[in-house]
Design a binder for this molecule. Structure first.
Ligand code: ADP
Ligand code: ADP
Ligand code: ZN
Length: 213
């Protein structure tokens, strides 16, 4: 099962990915999480990416494609994977096609979570993420069980540096200009399904499982 979660920043991709991992026992590949780990480890790639991320801009395609190439080659991807936050440009989507073709695998489904911009700001400003596993919670819409502690791994919950009103604006601009056009790319391949991402977390999860059944 090779899946892709698609949608604007804050649409709920990471939140839904956790339920797919539980059900299908396949890894989530979130380029944002991989980049944040590189920043924590102060690698050269992380230091370069940080400038783009703090400004709410996309990290260059060459960096991202390199990350995905390495990640898909790891053995835990053999039974499938969930792409989250990748691809974000046409060049990335084409590189993914090329890589998957070389590996002899195919994308089964692209699940797009549709959430209008007006709702995104509220979602991102209330987001709290786990420093250890990257899980997302929301102070109002999806609170953790014990305040400040991740439900999944007991890691500490923090506010991401780029989750501020100014950066959200640039991230939404980047999404509409560079990422949203990919909806046509996957629709043309006949593998795109769109879900109403404005429903509550549990309702979106159940719509998503119905789609995959
Ligand atoms: P969100 O889903 O809230 O936008 P992510 O964690 O997916 O957050 O991404 C955070 C930042 O990391 C993005 O704003 C961008 O700078 C960078 N990034 C993540 N994935 C990609 C990608 N596939 N291409 C380019 N930049 C990326
Ligand atoms: P993405 O990975 O697409 O950037 P997240 O999964 O991190 O988005 O979700 C963004 C924020 O919105 C988080 O604070 C999350 O808890 C919250 N959220 C996710 N899904 C929903 C939903 N269906 N309704 C309300 N809030 C949600
Ligand atoms: Zn965690």
């Amino acid at each position: 099962m090779n899946l892709m979660l698609f949608g604007a920043p804050g649409a709920g991709k990471g939140t839904q990915a956790k339920y797919l991992i539980e059900r299908y026992n396949i890894p989530q590949i979130a380029t944002g999480d991989i980049l944040r780990a590189a920043i924590v480890n102060k690698t050269a790639m992380g230091m370069e990416a940080k400038e783009y991320m703090d400004a709410g801009k996309l990290v260059p395609d060459s960096t991202i494609i390199g990350i995905i190439q390495d990640r898909l080659a790891q053995s835990d991807c053999k039974e499938g994977f969930i792409l989250d936050g990748f691809p974000r440009t046409l060049a990335q989507a084409q590189a993914l096609d090329f890589l998957m073709e070389k590996m002899g695998i195919k994308l089964d489904k692209v699940i797009s979570l549709n959430v209008p911009d007006e709702l995104i700001v509220g979602r991102i400003s209330g987001r709290r993420v786990c420093v250890k596993c990257g899980a997302s919670f929301h102070v109002e819409f999806n609170p953790e069980k014990v305040e400040g502690v991740c439900d999944y791994c007991d890691g500490e919950l923090i506010v991401r540096k780029d989750d501020n009103a100014q950066t959200v604006k640039s991230r939404l601009e980047a999404y509409h200009a560079q990422t949203a056009p990919l909806l046509d790319f996957y629709s043309d391949k006949g593998i795109l399904s769109t879900l109403d991402g404005t429903k509550d977390v549990a309702a979106v999860t159940s719509d998503m499982f119905a789609l995959l059944a």
